[in-house]
Ligand binder design. Structure first.
Ligand SMILES: [Zn+2]
Length: 511
C-alpha cells in the first residue's frame, strides 16, 4: 500500500513500550500505516508520497495537554500581560500605555503575582482610576482568585456590594478588590458578556501557537464557577472547527445537563479547595506563613459524597479539583463510598492538580484506579528552596508533586499545563518533571513524555486512537529538533518542535 507521507531517518519513539523505536513511520488516509527500520519504507513509496527526512531527530505522537482552559488562554493572548510586573509604577505605566494604544476598549490585565508585588495593598480602584477612568479596567491575579477593578468597571459590572468577598475601606466603600464569591460572580458576569464571535476570533488566533508546541489534543476545562458556561457551550458547539482536538470537560455539577449533551465526562476545575498561593488550598496542617490558617473546603463532605455517587451511578467520568491533602482526603472518601456502593473502577475518574497527596492517599487512589492529572510546570513557578511552596508550606515543600513516588505506586499521571496558569508548552512540563527540584520526585524522560502522550489519551478513553505511534492510530505526529533522549536534562525545555502533523496533515513546520 502506498503512503501519503513518510517520515524517514528518525528516532520514532512509539510510546507503546519503553525502548521501542523505529527508523520511519508511514502515513495514509489520516492514520499511521506502518513503522519500520532502514530502507524498508521504500515499499510504501510512490511519486506522490511526501517524504520528510527527520535527520536522526526524535519523532513522537502529538502532545496531549490534559488540563487546559481554552477560552481563558485565548482571551489572555489578546489582553495585557502583567506576569512580570513587579512594582505599582510598572503596572500604572502599562495600563496607561494600553489605554493610549486602544482608546475606548476595556482593559483586562492578567497574570499579576500579588505575592511578588511590593505595596500590593495600594493596588486599588483609586490607583486604577488615576491610570484610566473612561473605560472598565479589570486586573486578574495569577490564579484568578483576586480581581481589582477601577470605578468605571465597578459600576459597569454591577456586583451587589453586599456580596461576600468585596473588600471595603474604613468608610465602607469598595476598594475595588474582589475575592471569593464576589470574584467568581464578577468573572462569570464579565466572561458572559463576550460574544461567540470574539471567542471564535481569539481561539483561532491561539491555534498556531499551540501547534508550534506540538499540541494536537487538549482536554478543555470550561464553564462553571469563576468561568462562563458560554465558554463550555462554545467548545461543545465549535470545538470541531479547529485543527486541534478539544475534549470538553464541562465544569458543572449538573449531571443531567452533561448527559443531555451526550457528554461522558464532567468536571475539571470543580473546586474542592483553593490555591496554595492564596492559602485557600485545604491542608491538614497550618500554613507556615499564616499560623491558624489551614485553607478551606468549598463543599461539605456529604454534598461531595452525593455528587460523586451520582457520577458513578450515571457512569460519568469525573474530574475533581484537589490541591491540598485535606481536599484530596475528602475526594478519596467520597470515591471510596461510591465505589463501595456501585462497585466499578472502570470510569477512569481523575483528580486535577493533586499537589500534596500523602503516600497513604496515593495508595488509596491506586486501589480506586483514579488518575492524577498533574502540572509539572508548577514546580518551575513555585518549587524548590525559596519558592512559593516553601514560603507557604515550610519544609513540606519537599512533598509537592511527587511524580516518581506516585508512578512507582502504580497511579497513572496525565500531564497538563493548566494553561494559562502556566505556559501551554508540553516540553516545558516534561523538562520540569525530569528536573524536579526535589531529586527523589524526578522521573525519566520517557515517563515524562508518556504523561503528555499515552497517558493523556488514556485519561479521555482515547488510547485506542491516539497517544502512541502504532499502525491504525490517528496520524498525530511531531518531529523535534533534537534527539530528546540525548539532550542534557537541564536543556529539555529548550527543545523545539520542527513539525506538527494532525490527522495526517502537516499543519506546522518551523523554518
Ligand atoms: Zn485549571
Amino acid at each position: 500500500m502506498i503512503a501519503d507521507v513518510i517520515i524517514k531517518n528518525g528516532k520514532c519513539v512509539t510510546m507503546e513500550k519503553e525502548g521501542e523505536c523505529f527508523d520511519w513511520v508511514a502515513v495514509r488516509n489520516q492514520h499511521i500505516l506502518q513503522l519500520g527500520y532502514g530502507e524498508t519504507f521504500q515499499a510504501y513509496l510512490s511519486a506522490d508520497t511526501v517524504v520528510v527526512d527527520a535527520g536522526g531527530k526524535t519523532v513522537l505522537p502529538g502532545f496531549i495537554d490534559s488540563h487546559f482552559h481554552v477560552i481563558q488562554t485565548a482571551l489572555n493572548a489578546v489582553s495585557l500581560n502583567l506576569s512580570d510586573a513587579e512594582t505599582l509604577a510598572d503596572i500604572r505605566a502599562r495600563i496607561k500605555a494600553t489605554a493610549l494604544a486602544h482608546p475606548g476598549e476595556m482593559i483586562r490585565g492578567y497574570g499579576l503575582s500579588l505575592d511578588g508585588l511590593q505595596d500590593s495593598g495600594q493596588l486599588t480602584r483609586s490607583m486604577l482610576d488615576q491610570c484610566c477612568d473612561d473605560v472598565p479596567v479589570w486586573i486578574n491575579s495569577k490564579e484568578y482568585q483576586v480581581s481589582i477593578l477601577n470605578t468605571y468597571a465597578l459600576l459597569y459590572f454591577k456586583i451587589p456590594f453586599t456580596t461576600v468577598g468585596i473588600e471595603l475601606d474604613e468608610r465602607s466603600m469598595p476598594t475595588g478588590v474582589f475575592r471569593r464569591n464576589a470574584n467568581a460572580l464578577l468573572r462569570t458576569n464579565i466572561l458572559d458578556s463576550f460574544s461567540d464571535d470574539s471567542r471564535m476570533d481569539t481561539v483561532s488566533q491561539l491555534m498556531p501557537t499551540l501547534l508550534e508546541k506540538g499540541i494536537t489534543t487538549i482536554h478543555a476545562m470550561e464553564g462553571g464557577v469563576c468561568y462562563s458556561d458560554k465558554d463550555a457551550e462554545f467548545i461543545y458547539h465549535h470545538g470541531k472547527d479547529f485543527p486541534i482536538d478539544m475534549v470538553l470537560f464541562y465544569q458543572t455539577m449538573d449531571i443531567e445537563k452533561v448527559k443531555k449533551k451526550g457528554l461522558k465526562r464532567i468536571g475539571g476545575s470543580l473546586y474542592i479547595d483553593g490555591t496554595i498561593e492564596n492559602r485557600t488550598a485545604a491542608l491538614s496542617f497550618e500554613y507556615e506563613d499564616c499560623p491558624g490558617t489551614m485553607g478551606t473546603l468549598c463543599i461539605s463532605q456529604q454534598q461531595l459524597n452525593d455528587f460523586v455517587l451520582e457520577c458513578y451511578q450515571n457512569e460519568i467520568q469525573l474530574a475533581l479539583y484537589t490541591i491540598g491533602d485535606r481536599a484530596i482526603e475528602a475526594a478519596l472518601i467520597a470515591h471510596e463510598q461510591a465505589m463501595y456502593q456501585v462497585g466499578t473502577t472502570a470510569l477512569r475518574h481523575r483528580l486535577e492538580h493533586v499537589e500534596l497527596a500523602t503516600e497513604a492517599q496515593v495508595e488509596r487512589a491506586r486501589k480506586l484506579h483514579i488518575i492524577f492529572s498533574m502540572q509539572p510546570s508548577y514546580e518551575l513557578d513555585c518549587g524548590g528552596p525559596g519558592g512559593l511552596y516553601e514560603r507557604r508550606l515550610g519544609s513540606r515543600y519537599q512533598l509537592t508533586n511527587a511524580f516518581r513516588e506516585i508512578m512507582e505506586k502504580g497511579v497513572r499521571i496525565c500531564g497538563g499545563s493548566d494553561s494559562d496558569v502556566t505556559e501551554a508548552n508540553p516540553l516545558l512540563g516534561i523538562g520540569a518533571a525530569v528536573n524536579h527540584p526535589v531529586e527523589t520526585h524526578r522521573i525519566t524522560v520517557y515517563d515524562a513524555l508518556r504523561m503528555f502522550t499515552y497517558e493523556g489519551a488514556y485519561a479521555i478513553f482515547e488510547e485506542e486512537r491516539k497517544g502512541s505511534l502504532k499502525p491504525g492510530k490517528l496520524a498525530d505526529i511531531i518531529l523535534l529538533d533534537q534527539d530528546i533522549f540525548a539532550v542534557e536534562k537541564e536543556k529539555i525545555q529548550d527543545v523545539k518542535v520542527m513539525m506538527t502533523m494532525k490527522s495526517g496533515d502537516i499543519i506546522y513546520e518551523r523554518f
